[in-house]
Design a protein around this ligand. Sequence first.
Ligand code: ATP
Length: 226
Amino acid sequence: MEPVVCEKLTKRYGEVVAVQDLDLSVRAGEVYGFLGPNGAGKTTTLRMLLGLVRPTSGRVLLHGRPPGDLSGVGALIEGPAFYPYLSGRDNLRVLARYAGVDDRRIDVVLDLVDLTDRARHKFATYSLGMKQRLGVAAALLKDPQLLILDEPTNGLDPAGMADMRTLIRRLGAAGSTVLISSHLLGEVEQICDRVGIVARGALVAENTVAELRSGAGLRIFAEPVD
Ligand code: ATP
């Protein structure tokens, strides 16, 4: 059962076509990069995958199930909401309580995202990169098979970006399926197994990273978006 399947997925907002006839499939165990410039339709697609936006037409299946059933799925989409005056660990504790997750899992995810040393510090003192990594930790609380990350390095400084990329590579190496959106070609080259290039709401090319390096699909990506 493929973790993510989109069939002819379309979303229109009045005159604006955000996503058009998008076919996408992500295979188990791969890190799939959803690459496209700003406004290409990446966030809208991920929101449809998570059942946050209703498609105008087409179909989405996660692990063979329609959206709404998010068991086995963790996501970081938009900035994660945390309590600024609680520590990183206590923020996760609150979420773990709601999710019915044992507190021991908190130490595991803090270690995965390399925040163990800062877990006692207040969230408000975290760098943006650390905040994002805590967001990934929250997404990992229920030990999902599939992780969906919407531009997780957006706005981070170079060190924060490097840490986040290391984390995603580590998750991929551990066998997680990861769907990550990005507008940075260099980023998906570094961390992904396969890349789908989206422009004006449509998937215009799909390549392995090796193919991408050889130049396939780059011309399309370089086209400006109206
Ligand atoms: P970014 O990296 O800037 O977030 P994106 O690739 O994620 O870009 P989307 O945010 O999915 O792109 O937007 C795709 C198109 O749909 C854009 O033209 C955007 O203005 C439009 N759009 C998205 N959400 C809405 C909405 N709620 N109402 C109207 N138009 C929308």
